[in-house]
Design a protein around this ligand. Structure first.
Ligand code: FRU
Length: 729
């Protein structure tokens, strides 16, 4: 780490002896003398007022609002401010103030824009050295053009001559900075403050706002260590929409230091950040009106991709991309839950936190038998659980990091995970390289890692010891990307086996794999339709099962207002079958779902025409499954079901596909095998091996499910409707 950034990090970490002093300054405005503030620059004039300008980024004068192509800028004072967006993100430049004398304890200013230390920043220069530095708040698309207060304590520099630099040397997304209103004062506006706790309860609780525009970064360290346990951007709020928590179950008895920059106006929210046995709202968790009742969702926050799927000793592990602190994608942790049956989940503390390696992106889980790795392993039966993850790097608070692949190993059979000391095991390769899916290849006795590279391209890396990896080949999954899976399936009712190379949108290639190279025979074929994305299959599942979870994305249906967002698909078992003379992946809901069935109503061998009394008409909403075998040669041109009035799951004879579904495989022996699952906010349809999912609302007044028979009668071999019991009751 460059010495300069190490110094900044140390300032962020705040030596304990300084804390009480800062806390006092923060809480005691009375200490402020009655002297007036000393403005340095408010940028209200028609020029830069003696500041030297270089480059184009800042234009010719302070601006009075956003420049062309910029989002609304908020938070500046008066009408003018400094705006580095002239010429867009790619322009660069710098401004330098005339020298001034440091005559007050604090320098306050407003800052917004890109969060790139050294590239989009304000520097304070004393004796030719950068002695303080600050950035804006954004490092990814989206975000906010809001300027926020920053305060520097300049007590140690009193009487010195100083200059300010405003720097925009960054191109691309958020390659600009906005600043306003530099003023010396006896009172600070926003401080880096710290709190210390002994971790003697499970949670550190935070009151938050669902509005993402004013988040702040907090760094948490254990026992005064130099490197943080984790950092996260949290939307602390005096009037919380809900409370979230840092789950510290695995760090009991240790000392926690939490450091963050707190504006004076959030003093009361900061007061409430505390260690607690429960979090406010916990009694309502899993009972909220929008809570899925038999799909996995997290107690709090956002989830995306399933990660680290591995079965060991009777336990299914499900990790997931997770922001524990709000609705949106951010702060990527690996949340961790376990289940004996793929449905009843217990959420544990996250397995991986964002730390100096940056965000923890997607990856896999696998069982490591002792002797098969270049490091000792501990666990039941001499084998351990390990995870392969992507350290995204560039979103670390340390500059200069890149995306790399690392391992995390459990010494206690999957309860806690520690990062391997030899990380990264795969250094940066290309622009995007992520989502390692490691498995053991029995024939070559090698570990294999398919890894997403870029565009539609994936690499295959192999290793004897999980530590040293070598690329052996590359392959493409046309029109798809991210999150590879690679696994072998026997051909059902046929001969031999094939390998499936899978990508995030549910496109897959069928082919062969010799431990070095994947050779495609056909594809891409489409398996998923609707919202499912970024799925992967379990390592080491019993009975040679290939059990898969996807993530149900779809921000449009995000559960705004609820303290959690999005869910996993149903678990499904993959097999490989013949469809006509072609091989296709076939998905069935995992059999464990049948254990959740409550009352069932059923009908056999009947026909249904438009206008007939619908046997399902009296069925009330909630959680249920419709199971039907329909004769695809029925006279009707369209046959199936309508869910909550608007969602169709209907086989269209003319185009041999499912409307509202996106496609389906050919009828088997002239039959359509349909299973429809409705949970609180989701609809999933399995039809002859393909899978469709979407978010829905159970609109009161609309019938949960009706039979559709378009242009003739529909013949049913069987029709069943099952209540599905909640896994939370
Ligand atoms: C897929 C993905 C992955 C990445 C992760 C980050 O949804 O983009 O490629 O690892 O999400 O959250």
């Amino acid at each position: 780490m460059p010495a300069f950034y190490a110094a900044i990090l140390r300032i962020m970490m705040m030596p304990n002896r300084l804390l009480p002093i800062l806390a006092l300054a923060f809480l005691s405005p009375a200490l402020a003398a009655d002297r007036p503030d000393l403005p340095i620059a408010d940028f209200e004039g028609s020029d830069f007022g003696g500041w030297k300008v270089k480059g184009d980024a800042f234009g010719k004068a302070p601006t009075k609002g956003p420049v062309e192509g910029q989002m609304t800028v908020e938070g500046f004072l008066g009408t003018g401010f400094i705006n580095g967006y002239h010429g867009g993100d790619d322009s660069t430049g710098r401004l330098e103030s005339p020298p001034f004398k440091i005559e007050r304890k604090y320098l306050n200013f407003l800052i917004g824009g890109g969060k790139f230390p050294g590239e989009t920043c304000v520097n304070l220069i004393v004796d030719g050295k950068v002695v303080r530095t600050a950035t804006g708040t954004n490092d990814r698309p989206g975000g906010s053009e809001r300027l926020q207060w920053e305060s520097w304590d300049l007590g140690d520099l009193s009487g010195k001559s100083a200059t300010l630099q405003v720097i925009d040397e960054r191109k691309g997304s958020w390659g600009h900075l906005t600043v306003d209103h530099f003023v010396q004062s006896d009172e600070g506006k926003a401080f880096t403050l710290a709190k210390e706790f002994t971790i003697n309860q499970r949670y550190l609780v935070w009151p938050v706002s669902k509005d993402a525009s004013e988040k702040r970064r907090f760094i948490m360290t254990l026992d005064g260590e130099e490197m943080p346990l984790l950092y996260s951007d949290i939307h602390l709020s005096n009037n919380p929409d809900f409370w979230v928590f840092t789950d510290l179950a695995n760090y009991q008895g240790r000392k926690l230091t939490v450091t963050g920059k707190i504006p004076a106006k959030l003093a009361s929210a900061w007061e409430k950040v505390a260690i607690s046995a429960t979090y406010p709202g916990e009694e309502e968790t899993y009972k909220e009106p929008l809570r899925p009742q038999y799909h996995f969702s997290s107690r709090r926050g956002w989830i995306n991709d399933p990660n680290g799927l591995v079965w060991k000793d009777g336990t299914w592990h499900l990790c997931y991309q997770h922001n524990p602190y709000n609705h949106g994608w951010d702060n990527m942790h690996w949340g961790h839950a376990t289940s004996p049956d793929l449905f009843h989940w217990t959420e544990h503390a996250p397995a991986l936190f964002p730390d100096e390696e940056g965000y923890m992106y997607s990856g896999s889980g696998f069982v490591v038998p002792s002797g098969s790795a270049g490091f000792p392993v501990k666990g039941n039966g001499g084998s351990a659980i390990a995870f392969a993850y992507t350290a995204e790097g560039t979103r670390s608070y340390l500059p200069g990091r890149k995306t790399e692949q690392g391992l995390a190993i459990s010494d206690d059979n999957g309860k806690t995970f520690r990062k391997f000391e030899g990380n990264p095991v795969v250094p940066h390769i290309v622009a995007e390289n992520r989502d390692p899916k490691i498995f053991w290849h029995e024939t070559t006795k090698d570990w294999v890692m398919p890894l997403y590279y870029d565009r539609n391209e994936y690499g295959i890396l192999v290793s004897k010891d999980l530590v040293k990896w070598k690329e052996t080949s590359r392959y493409d999954i046309p029109t798809d990307s991210e999150c590879p899976d690679l696994f072998e399936l026997p051909v059902e009712g046929g001969q031999g086996s094939r390998w499936i190379a899978w990508a995030a949108q549910g496109k897959y290639m069928i082919g062969s794999f010799d431990g070095r190279e994947f050779k495609a025979e056909s594809g891409p074929h489409q398996h998923y339709f609707g919202s499912a994305y970024a799925g992967q299959s379990y390592d080491n599942a019993p009975d040679k099962r290939r059990v898969h979870f996807g993530w149900m994305r779809d921000t449009g249906a995000g559960l705004n207002g609820a303290p959690f967002n999005l869910q996993m698909t149903l678990p499904m078992d993959f097999t490989l079958r013949k469809s006509g003379d072609k091989l296709r992946l076939w998905a069935e809901p995992s059999v464990e779902v049948e254990k959740l069935r409550g009352e069932t109503e059923q009908w056999k061998d009947f026909t249904f025409s438009d206008g007939d009394t619908d046997p399902l008409a009296a069925f009330k909403g909630g959680q249920f499954e419709v199971e039907a075998v329909i004769d695809a040669d029925s006279a009707a041109s369209g046959m199936g079901f309508r869910i909550f009035g608007e969602h169709l799951a209907v086989w269209k004879k003319a185009d041999q596909s499912f409307s509202g579904a996106g496609g389906a495989q050919a009828p088997v022996d002239g039959k359509l095998h349909v299973r429809i699952f409705v949970d609180t906010v989701s609809l999933e349809v399995f039809v002859n091996g393909t899978y469709v999912s979407k978010y829905i609302r159970q609109t009161p007044g609309l019938k949960p499910v009706r039979i559709v028979a378009e242009g003739g009668e529909v013949k049913f071999d069987s029709l069943k409707i099952h209540r599905i019991k909640s896994v939370w009751k």
